[in-house]
Design a protein around this ligand. Sequence first.
Ligand code: GDD
Ligand code: MN
Length: 374
Amino acid sequence: MTAGPLLAIVVPTFNERDNILPLIESLQDPLRDLRWEVVFVDDDSPDGTAALVRAVGGDDSRVRIVQRIGRRGLAGACIEGMLATTAPYVAVMDADLQHDARLLPEMLRALRDEELDIVVGSRHVEGGSLGGWDEGRRLVSRVATRLSQLMLKADLKDPMSGFFMLRRDVIDEVVRNLSGIGFKILLDIFISARRPLRFKELPYTFGVRVAGSSKLDSMVATEYILMLLDKRIGRYVPTRFIPFAFIGGLGVFVHMAVLFVLFRGWGQPFVVGQTAAALVAMTFNFFLNNFFTYRDRRLRGWGLLRGWVSFTLACSVGAVANVGIATYLFHATPAGGPWWVISAVAGIIVGAVWNYAVTAVYTWNPKDAAASAR
Ligand code: GDD
Ligand code: MN
């Protein structure tokens, strides 16, 4: 019988093929006296990252893979990697060698010898640095850091770090509360803990990416806000309902603009204007939701046409329900007073919830999205 690893390094990957061997190599020397393993969590990268990891793992049992199909997301990948190992100590680090593997032994020592729950590789404590970041990215990072510190009870200098190590029992404690949305798994862990976590930040210098390209794009900011939102209200409302309803609100403006042009401007019959306006607004909403709300399940190619049809059908039924309920309430409540507004709002809420629920299942079904991604 061989004992399992003491330390697992969880490495989320998406198109990191050329970084796999250098990363494994960078672990060898710092971890030479330890029982360790590295768990790559790959979201089915088209570049064949998972196949390469399997090939390496065939010769080295310390190298393991979790391959996820039809899903994307850094935080979610980290969570599944942490759950896939038996090791009592778990670290998370990027594949591109921007995190300094030489810090790992010191992190582990601190975690074992001191009364700590988590050790964070930090760019913002004495001795740490952002390396070659330009002013723009430094600024964005600073704003996001400030925002997160508002929600954190801990005085963490680098809550955006993707490089940290924690004890198994801390994972067990928080894992069911994690949002798992977006990039900020560390922040997620800190906010999800029901008590202040005992932490320590160790300085390191953020390196330059070795090969491949960064996956951090403009959507990361949106996902970041979604994650913070989810922390605040996710218990009461599905997080995606917020952008969905917001986009629905924008759709009302689009509708009114089209109606205005056709009916008032061009003198078309009202029913023509209203029908065209509804179609344009639904199409507008479909594309915006496909781009933002369901970014991770985005429909493409023929899926787009199928999605548009199902979205339009669902929303048409939603509109009928909206008008039906509003009209019923309007007649069932006393004349005068605020009742006409309350009736209208009730119709809108029922319509919006219907549209959200039906399109979440039929238009942006996770299984279809996985199929259309290939
Ligand atoms: N499985 C999986 N799925 N992995 C992903 C995904 C995904 O959707 N997106 C990114 N990754 C992996 C990358 O392959 C890489 O190993 C790691 O996550 C970090 O991604 P990068 O694209 O290199 O991110 P970065 O360097 O811009 O951002 C890093 O620094 C930030 C600090 O500002 C990350 O460590 C962030 O977590 C960190 O906040
Ligand atoms: Mn990187």
